[in-house]
Design a protein around this ligand. Structure first.
Ligand code: CU
Ligand code: ZN
Length: 153
């Protein structure tokens, strides 16, 4: 079984954000650990998107938020939200963001499996209210979730 996955984030065209997102199997879901640099200070929408395709210069090839239950967009703490809704990264004045949260709806197998899907960091904040994606603005970085070495981390 897969216990560890990783997405390496690369900047979309005209942006500077880069970093990585680790995903670890956990009793309560999947623990998400991210470190991103090159961001504008402040909040940035952060989601698992449907497709692991970062080929478009603006990242739109990753599709919409990963939403296998066909629900509304929301905050990670909302009962009704997309499976891929992870909230916001918060970048400091140097443009660095660190994030850690155990996402109860993410999985490495079954209909909620994130393997092969995309991760997007947006230019703006996810407002948790606007549909279908929180009005977080353009996509600043994109990565594909792949299987990682199980004993790392
Ligand atoms: Cu997104
Ligand atoms: Zn969403």
């Amino acid at each position: 079984p897969v216990t560890h996955a990783i997405a390496v984030l690369h900047p979309t065209e005209g942006n500077d954000a880069f970093g990585f997102v680790h995903f670890y199997d956990d009793d309560e879901g999947v623990r998400v650990v991210a470190e991103v640099q090159g961001l504008a200070p402040g909040p940035h929408g952060f989601h698992v998107h449907e497709f692991g395709d970062c080929s478009a210069p603006d990242g739109t090839s990753a599709g919409g938020h990963f939403n296998p239950e066909s629900t509304r967009h929301g905050a990670p703490t909302d009962a009704v939200r997309h499976v891929g809704d992870l909230g916001n990264l918060s970048a400091d004045d140097a443009g660095s963001a660190q994030f850690q949260w155990t996402a109860p709806l993410l999985a490495f197998h079954g209909p909620h499996s994130i393997l092969g899907r995309g991760v997007i960091v947006h230019a703006g904040a996810d407002d948790f209210t606007s549909q279908p994606s929180g009005a977080a603005g353009p996509r600043g970085a994109c990565g594909v979730i792949g299987i990682a070495l199980p004993d790392e981390g």
